[in-house]
Design a protein around this ligand. Sequence first.
Ligand code: FES
Ligand SMILES: [Fe+2]
Length: 387
Amino acid sequence: MAGNVIRVAQELPGWVVTEVRKCCRRRLEGRYFTDPEIFRAEMERFYFGMWVCVGRSEQIATAGKYFVAEVAGESVIVTREEGGGVRGFYNVCRHRGTQLCAEPTGEFAGRIQCPYHAWTYGLDGRLLAAPHMEGEAFRKEDYPLHAVGAEEWEGLIFVYLGKEKTALREQLGDLPEKFAGWGMGDLRRYKIEKYEVKANWKLIVQNYNECLHCPVLHPALNKVTNYLSGDNDPAHEGYIGGSMLFRGEAETMSVDGVRRRAYLPGLNAEQRKLVLYYAVYPNLFLSLHPDYVMVHRLWPRAVDRTEVETEWLFHPAEMAKEDFYGDDAVEFWDITNKEDWWITEQSQKGVSSRGYIPGPYSKSEKLPAEFDKKIRGENKGVLRGEP
Ligand code: FES
Ligand SMILES: [Fe+2]
């Protein structure tokens, strides 16, 4: 009997130790959501050790356009060079370290010039001019901007700030083949919304990956999709996710389930019946609908605070139509997002309490359980006394 019992409350001062039967996988302990040390280690491992999605290719459609991404406290310039390739640089001048770009978006006139003493760089990061540095010992080629990895996949831009870079394709695994039908690279951004969520980033990942809460929390969503339908993929090193089916006559996720746009042109008959929900580690959620795609990007700012960018992508042929309408999808997900952020903030409050003891996952919470397993594995060695 003793082997089937675990002691769950021994860390709580003044509390009677509770013993419960071992039955199933348990959630992460509270410190995973509240400890700044764990948060820092996770940023190191996930945000500086993996490719991170920072935006869309169309944001920098032509050479010289740029935007600045804030990746786990690091400011990164993302731009396009003359040859068409995407480039990423630390937003730091090689002279005295001043930030080069103060504006979040803009366009370089063929070069990047520091606003302090006018050191000037090409769009490829080479130092072109350094006023008052003439002298034999100084060589411009020794002072290019510090580059980060930058690549594109299906209209999404990723950067890599770590030391041991693997190819983006390797991190994505089989997703390029799996998602080819949705043709994300052809789609264009219709709207972007930014949310601030007072919760740890992992609570947002866990919540995105189960729909047991849908009948309780999302009345609008529950009308158009069956929360027990669909299949989950086996957990992959780089992602977790699966599909869901529509309910009744619904054909997409919108305020009334009505699909007001043509199916995305690459989808087969089976794919038209599905919504796919994938959390691509570390910061990208892809929600693939029959007629549009929703993208979430997670930006953890503190152990208990995460900014979320949500964008809605549609096919340009649909957007060009006079009677194009996309707000039914935006409105639907804006309501649903806010419901999710609210409950996630409630979770943050609860798991921060001394009264929180990790509860058990059901069989239908396989994806968050897989995510927790990964988090435990990645944090091994960081946590004192963690088995
Ligand atoms: S700090 Fe940039 S030119 Fe001096
Ligand atoms: Fe939800």
